[in-house]
Design a protein around this ligand. Sequence first.
Ligand code: PSV
Ligand code: MN
Ligand code: MN
Length: 427
Amino acid sequence: MILDKSLIEQHNEKQSALHQKKLDTLTAVLSDEGHSVNAILDKIAAFQVAIPSWALGTGGTRFGRFAGGGEPRSLEEKIEDVGLLHAINQSSGAISLHIPWDIPQNAKAIQQLAASFELKFDAVNSNTFQDQQNQDLSYKYGSLSHTDKGVRDQAIAHNIEVIKHGVDLGSKALTIWLSDGTDFPGQQNFRRAFQRTLDSFQQIYAALPDEWKVFVEYKPYEPHFYSTVVADWGSSLLFCQKLGEKALGLVDLGHHLPNTNIEQIVSRFLMEGKLGGFHFNDSKYGDDDLTVGSIKPYQLFLIFNELVEGMQSAEVNNPELSWMIDASHNIKDPLEDLLQSVEAIKMAYAQALIIDRKALEKAQAENDVTQAQEILQNAYRTDVRPLLAQARLQAGAALHPVSFYRESNIREELVKQRGAKAFATGL
Ligand code: PSV
Ligand code: MN
Ligand code: MN
């Protein structure tokens, strides 16, 4: 489905008077505080978040799946859906593919289709957590860490294949999330499992083209419940340090045990120049993959505080980051869910941009704990939504993405085109 741009203009026209009122008030306050609103707007507009191909359909659990209808049935339709999101918010200019769920049959045509929606390809993801039909050896007991060299070689070959697909599409990074782990004490020797994995990673690393990166994602449990080979940021960093400069850590917000201080992890990675990117989502209990900002928006803001500080500091030398969502909702319309997630990410970013950094540094130097909290919370409690809306307006996107999506009956149209029983391919 291709969006008629005049619908966005009509929507913006209707909303414009109220928007202008809110923007004027906020602009006056921020200008008084010494901020350049135009500079902030430019940064917000430039901030693009990649959409995962696997989040475009309704997710499920092992207890069932309740698909919503009109879901994309092919890679082409997934790209069209991200194209829709990008047309609505001008902030979702990239898609992240998962192979083999999204094998491009004709890479040139897929690239052209994506370009027609002004989309790029962010990191490509490999999958050695499921057995595929016609696969020789099983990943039941692991893939890159497997005790059997034959299984490891098969998993290495798959990752190299994924890099090739990525090269054909113009992607510049491979994300490896390794589900490998154990379910019972004694099942494996931790040290040897690490060393086998390192050896496999090294072979994949050697196949990376120039200018490519590999992101090493960590996760403490699930699908295995006793140990995971790349369980935490420490393990991810260790692998990355041993591999070389193209290897960087990937932080998925849902991959932490409850109450983990993720913002401090982000700061550590940045300090070492080893942060590759994010899988944004939110979580109450575990890897819930909920809408970004729906449970812990303050945590998200504190993460962005570290990111903005790190990106602005001359003391930090970290490569450019990949901003990706990794969410998958069970009951919401996935496109509405993704519009909300992108908005939440950009809100946290904008709030972090208006932190009074000089005053914060002074409070830190003087151990003025109360003042430090005041400064952070002053930014966090500022309603920055008019800035996001203005950045969208200037970019030709909708002032209110979710309202626009609903008013334009986009889901109804997709159901008409694809059917009420169209299930997304992939997970
Ligand atoms: C694993 O839980 C994960 O976060 C990895 O990023 C996978 O690629 C993705 O989810 C698959 O759903
Ligand atoms: Mn993830
Ligand atoms: Mn996950």
